[in-house]
Design a binder for this molecule. Structure first.
Ligand code: F6R
Length: 272
């Protein structure tokens, strides 16, 4: 890839193109390495990608039965089988229809109730990731406030898996999955930014104009704990896939588009 050790910015027309391109990256990773370790996200953004991966698995184009997965986060206080837990979300949208081996699909266990058990669970999760050999490809969304996983603004860029309080904005954003905002948990277990940066490759997706300001801030602003996703500027192999509305505030949009055109020619073996 041109400019190794940079964030590659890929701007596509719409969310469906982002989902297809992201599914291409994930499926080709698993085709090359059937025992790959995938880091996965929940939320609205990756749903289209998961749908396309499920379709490809059903057509026999890719098999997920040997991969190991680690999700970024889970709410504290919801049992795994709660309808709004991230565990339920992943089973419904990806793991079961996609033919994943559930015994190798890990999420933090948010149903433990004491601080001591929560801390122990965070340590256990980090150890599990290490024992699996680390994450080959980490999929990320981004919050409107620049958060990745549940690392809200102000999170240490070196943070590890731990319990975080959700901001009111994140609780409001996530209330659409619950019957009312009071039901949205106040705490979550989340991989830390330091944990995420250890993934060998990272793929961040952002769609819709409500993400445009966060995208501008993390791609073109300074590296800052106030914009947790900006830590990805320090990562050696991150691809950011955006639809046109999410890319609207980027000052260097034309430059990213021209770099991508060169990249495509390079990959197709065409002369520059
Ligand atoms: C979810 C997660 C969050 C979301 C972010 C964007 O596992 O870690 O950081 O990626 O809140 O959510 P959506 O995609 O719903 O806009």
């Amino acid at each position: 890839m041109i400019g190794d050790k940079v964030m590659r910015i890929v701007i596509l027309e719409n969310a469906d193109q982002v989902a297809t391109a992201a599914a291409d990256v994930i499926a080709s990773t698993v085709q090359r390495h059937p025992e790959a370790v995938l880091g996965l996200a929940t939320g609205g953004t990756p749903l289209g990608t998961y749908q396309k991966l499920v379709e490809r698995a059903k057509r026999g184009e890719v098999a997920f039965d040997r991969v190991t997965t680690f999700n970024l986060d889970e709410y504290v206080g919801l049992p795994a089988d709660h309808p709004q837990s991230y565990c339920t979300f992943m089973r419904r949208h990806l793991f079961e229809p996609g033919g994943f081996a559930l015994e190798r699909c890990y999420l933090p266990n948010g149903s433990v109730t004491t601080w001591q058990d929560l801390e122990e669970e965070c340590r256990r999760y980090e150890t599990l990731i290490q024992r699996a050999g680390g994450i080959d490809l980490q999929l990320l969304g981004i919050g409107a406030d620049g958060h990745i996983a549940f690392n809200e603004p102000g999170s240490s860029l070196a943070s590890r898996t731990r319990v975080k309080a959700l901001t009111e904005q994140t609780r409001r954003d996530n209330a659409r999955f619950f019957s009312c905002i009071d039901e949205v948990p106040r705490l979550a277990i989340t991989m830390g930014i330091g944990t995420i940066l250890e993934a060998r490759r990272i793929l961040l997706l952002a769609t819709g104009e409500q993400k445009a300001e966060a995208v501008r801030a993390f791609v073109e602003g300074p590296v800052s704990a106030q914009v947790p996703a900006s830590a990805l500027q320090l990562h050696a192999a991150t691809v950011v896939m955006l639809d046109a509305p999410a890319a609207t505030l980027l000052a260097r949009k034309e430059y990213y588009l021209s770099m991508e055109r060169i990249q495509q020619r390079l990959e197709a073996g065409l002369p520059l």
